[in-house]
Ligand binder design. Sequence first.
Ligand SMILES: [Zn+2]
Length: 111
Amino acid sequence: MQKIYSNEHLHMAGHIKNLLEQSGISCSLRNQNLSGGIGGLPFLECWPEVWVEDDRDYARAMSVIEAASAPEHDEQTAWICQCGEENPGQFLSCWNCASDQPEVIPGNTYK
Ligand SMILES: [Zn+2]
Protein backbone atom coordinates (compact mmCIF):
# COMPACT_ATOMS: atom_id res chain seq x y z
CA MET A 1 0.00 0.00 0.00
CA GLN A 2 1.26 3.40 -0.91
CA LYS A 3 -0.30 6.78 -0.58
CA ILE A 4 -0.45 8.34 -3.99
CA TYR A 5 -2.68 11.32 -3.62
CA SER A 6 -4.18 13.58 -1.05
CA ASN A 7 -6.41 16.55 -1.44
CA GLU A 8 -8.14 18.92 0.88
CA HIS A 9 -11.37 18.17 -0.92
CA LEU A 10 -12.91 14.78 -0.55
CA HIS A 11 -14.61 14.97 -3.91
CA MET A 12 -11.23 15.40 -5.58
CA ALA A 13 -9.81 12.40 -3.79
CA GLY A 14 -12.93 10.47 -4.72
CA HIS A 15 -12.56 11.58 -8.31
CA ILE A 16 -8.99 10.32 -8.41
CA LYS A 17 -10.04 7.06 -6.84
CA ASN A 18 -12.71 6.62 -9.51
CA LEU A 19 -10.22 7.34 -12.26
CA LEU A 20 -7.79 4.80 -10.89
CA GLU A 21 -10.46 2.19 -10.55
CA GLN A 22 -11.56 2.84 -14.10
CA SER A 23 -7.99 2.12 -15.08
CA GLY A 24 -8.13 -1.16 -13.24
CA ILE A 25 -6.03 -0.03 -10.30
CA SER A 26 -7.18 -1.11 -6.87
CA CYS A 27 -7.13 1.74 -4.43
CA SER A 28 -8.84 2.96 -1.34
CA LEU A 29 -9.75 6.22 0.28
CA ARG A 30 -8.52 7.09 3.72
CA ASN A 31 -9.42 9.89 6.07
CA GLN A 32 -12.61 10.47 4.21
CA ASN A 33 -14.51 10.88 7.42
CA LEU A 34 -12.03 13.00 9.27
CA SER A 35 -12.18 16.30 7.48
CA GLY A 36 -14.86 18.87 7.47
CA GLY A 37 -16.98 16.93 9.87
CA ILE A 38 -17.40 19.38 12.69
CA GLY A 39 -16.64 22.49 10.75
CA GLY A 40 -13.08 22.46 11.94
CA LEU A 41 -10.22 23.14 9.62
CA PRO A 42 -8.84 19.91 8.32
CA PHE A 43 -5.16 19.50 8.98
CA LEU A 44 -2.96 18.21 6.27
CA GLU A 45 -2.67 14.86 7.98
CA CYS A 46 -6.41 14.58 7.90
CA TRP A 47 -6.86 15.25 4.24
CA PRO A 48 -8.57 12.51 2.33
CA GLU A 49 -5.94 10.25 0.87
CA VAL A 50 -5.94 7.80 -1.98
CA TRP A 51 -3.86 4.72 -1.44
CA VAL A 52 -2.83 2.31 -4.14
CA GLU A 53 -3.26 -1.20 -2.90
CA ASP A 54 -0.63 -2.80 -5.07
CA ASP A 55 2.72 -1.03 -5.14
CA ARG A 56 3.29 -2.34 -8.63
CA ASP A 57 0.44 -0.15 -9.81
CA TYR A 58 2.03 2.94 -8.37
CA ALA A 59 3.75 4.23 -11.50
CA ARG A 60 0.71 3.65 -13.63
CA ALA A 61 -1.53 5.25 -11.06
CA MET A 62 0.77 8.24 -11.00
CA SER A 63 0.45 8.69 -14.74
CA VAL A 64 -3.33 8.46 -14.48
CA ILE A 65 -3.30 11.19 -11.86
CA GLU A 66 -0.91 13.33 -13.84
CA ALA A 67 -3.11 13.06 -16.87
CA ALA A 68 -6.12 13.98 -14.77
CA SER A 69 -4.33 16.93 -13.20
CA ALA A 70 -3.08 18.30 -16.47
CA PRO A 71 -4.55 21.56 -17.68
CA GLU A 72 -7.71 21.40 -19.69
CA HIS A 73 -5.90 21.76 -22.97
CA ASP A 74 -4.52 18.33 -22.31
CA GLU A 75 -5.38 17.30 -25.80
CA GLN A 76 -3.17 20.00 -27.21
CA THR A 77 -5.39 22.02 -29.40
CA ALA A 78 -4.45 22.30 -32.99
CA TRP A 79 -3.00 25.57 -34.17
CA ILE A 80 -3.10 27.37 -37.45
CA CYS A 81 0.18 28.39 -38.94
CA GLN A 82 0.78 31.71 -40.66
CA CYS A 83 0.84 29.77 -43.92
CA GLY A 84 -2.71 28.68 -43.25
CA GLU A 85 -2.07 25.02 -42.54
CA GLU A 86 -3.46 23.42 -39.44
CA ASN A 87 -1.03 21.59 -37.16
CA PRO A 88 -1.66 19.15 -34.33
CA GLY A 89 -0.93 20.61 -30.90
CA GLN A 90 2.13 18.48 -30.34
CA PHE A 91 3.81 19.92 -33.41
CA LEU A 92 6.17 22.65 -32.30
CA SER A 93 6.68 23.84 -35.82
CA CYS A 94 4.60 23.75 -38.93
CA TRP A 95 4.73 20.57 -40.94
CA ASN A 96 4.33 22.60 -44.08
CA CYS A 97 6.61 25.59 -43.80
CA ALA A 98 8.54 24.82 -40.59
CA SER A 99 7.54 28.06 -38.89
CA ASP A 100 7.52 27.91 -35.12
CA GLN A 101 4.26 27.37 -33.33
CA PRO A 102 3.01 30.78 -32.22
CA GLU A 103 2.17 31.68 -28.64
CA VAL A 104 3.63 28.76 -26.80
CA ILE A 105 2.54 29.34 -23.26
CA PRO A 106 5.49 29.69 -20.87
CA GLY A 107 5.85 26.66 -18.66
CA ASN A 108 3.69 24.61 -20.93
CA THR A 109 6.25 22.06 -21.91
CA TYR A 110 5.41 19.44 -24.41
CA LYS A 111 6.57 15.99 -23.58
ZN1 LIG B 1 3.22 26.80 -42.01
